[in-house]
Design a protein around this ligand. Structure first.
Ligand code: TXA
Ligand code: MG
Length: 322
């Protein structure tokens, strides 16, 4: 599986034009990309990832104009959020145009769109002239890759171009925001937490006096990809939110599993953006050290908003919660 450098971008463009799938860097995590006008590529994305067809893909665009062509309702609020947060880790779920292939949207009437803040991804989409549908480049339910090598390790048997854009700057997936117009106001739903928080969105929107409210997603249908278990690394994660020592957790697991387990404790940097950047690569590295499980001790007390996305990923990655 050849890793190619950005100087060979034209190889990636050719492959995408032929309906092939290419792994691409973004600022959040690596994506498994196909051109949105190539149904064969779209099918291959699902097949490669072993992803169920009910879980829709995010479309990556080069700019606002390309995004507006995918939705029939590019509202003033959407336009303002795009100006404020794109390129960047904000995916907006908007009413889709008919021409957007329903494979991308899993038959929903909405489409997820974002403009990635990575020069290689942007240049690729610009050169291709077509948006790219791209989920994270991992097998379904597993930890997202944040380096080109992670992608290779994820799909060892696959003949796939991996465009190497270096380690991802942000390290966890984008905030997914569903936008619905409700008369002269907007209903907003955060379907997946990310580094762009509700407070940040609120502060921005208040600058322009938009009328809006944040609501809790109504059902699973609203966010089909938000499963209870996700981002799972090769060895089990134990999410510990009660006050326990490593020895106590070890003892708990010995009783539960009826055998001795070697466990390692995941230590994250004290700052949320750094923790996000290192999270997935740390989980992968720890999985290779010969331990049987990774324990994460959740910080006690109220969780500040900037930590929510990181803790959300760890919680969903965990097999055992104590
Ligand atoms: O940062 C990211 O968003 C990365 C990079 C590669 O851009 N992509 C990513 O894609 O995380 P994926 O497929 O792993 O997650 C996409 C999420 C899923 O939870 C999916 O269900 C949701 O976005 N989604 C996509 N389109 C949707 C739609 N029309 N309605 C509701 N949820 C949607
Ligand atoms: Mg994913």
């Amino acid at each position: 599986m050849p890793i190619i450098s950005p100087s060979d971008l034209s190889l990636a463009v050719q492959a995408l034009r032929k309906g092939e799938v290419v792994a691409i860097p973004t600022e959040t995590v690596y994506g498994l990309a196909g051109a949105i006008d190539q149904p064969a590529a779209l099918e291959k994305i699902f097949k490669t990832k072993e992803r169920p067809f009910f879980d829709p893909l995010i479309v990556h665009v080069h700019d606002k104009a390309q995004a507006a062509e995918l939705t029939y309702h590019w509202s003033p609020l959407t336009d303002f959020l795009a100006d404020s947060f794109w390129p960047g880790p904000l995916t907006m779920i908007l009413p889709k145009q008919n021409h957007v292939n329903s494979l991308i949207t899993s038959g929903l009437d909405s489409v997820g769109i974002r403009c990635p803040k990575h020069p290689v991804a942007l240049e690729l989409i610009r050169s291709l002239g077509t948006p790219l549908a791209a989920p994270s480049a991992n097998r379904f339910g597993r930890t997202s890759p944040t380096t080109a090598l992670h992608v290779v390790e994820e799909f060892p048997a696959l003949d796939l171009l991996v465009l190497d854009g270096g380690p991802c700057q942000l390290g966890i997936e984008s905030t997914v925001l569903k936008i619905e117009q409700a008369g002269s106001s907007y209903d907003l739903y955060i379907l997946r937490k990310g580094l762009i928080t509700q407070t940040e969105l609120t502060e921005k929107l208040n600058q322009k006096n938009f009328r809006f409210q944040f609501l809790e997603p109504r059902s699973k249908q609203e966010s089909p990809g938000t499963l209870e278990h996700h981002y799972v690394p090769p060895i089990p994660v134990v999410y510990c939110s009660t006050k326990k020592s490593l020895a106590e957790v070890e003892n708990f697991l010995r009783l539960k599993e009826r055998r001795d387990l070697k466990i390692g404790s995941l230590i994250l940097p004290g700052e949320a953006t750094l923790a996000a950047r290192e999270l997935y690569s740390n989980l992968r590295l720890m999985s290779e050290t010969g331990i049987d499980a990774i324990v994460f001790f959740a910080p006690p007390g109220e969780i500040s908003e900037e930590w929510e996305a990181v803790l959300d990923r760890l919680y969903r990655a965990s097999e055992i919660r104590i």
